[in-house]
Write a new protein. Structure first.
Length: 124
């Protein structure tokens, strides 16, 4: 399993193909080893805040929830683009303007994270 410099498990990446773009996001599947390790390292609370901001990682309880969210996300393409990216993602975007090779759009991460939070509430 890959880990980053802080010895935390590295999240998975996934992309969705919208009508005009391909967008990537980060996630953990809590039924996989990296998800179990994340649970252990955060003492079960999944607190992913660092220096005041959050890490926009989506947490799926299993593969079924993951697949359902992807379907939901594809149906809500227009809703995603209407979400206002948060302050932290805007700041990150300013810092990343020199990195033209990044496939991950930090503004999209913020937007998809917001939609994910709505999805979780809706799916209860």
């Amino acid at each position: 399993m890959r880990r980053n410099a802080d010895n935390a498990p590295v999240p998975h990446t996934e992309y969705v193909e919208f009508s005009n773009s391909e967008q990537w996001f980060y996630y953990y599947d809590l039924k996989e080893l990296s998800g179990f390790l994340l649970y252990f390292l955060t003492d079960g609370n999944f607190d992913l805040k660092s220096r005041g901001s959050y890490a926009p990682f989506i947490l799926f309880k299993n593969g079924e929830q993951h697949a359902d969210f992807i379907k939901f996300l594809m149906q809500e393409e227009e809703s995603v683009s209407k979400k206002e990216p948060d302050f932290w993602s805007k700041q990150a975007k300013k810092k990343m303007t020199r990195d033209k090779d990044s496939v991950v759009d930090v503004l999209f991460l913020s937007q998809v994270y917001q939609l994910y939070n709505e999805y979780i509430i809706w799916s209860i």
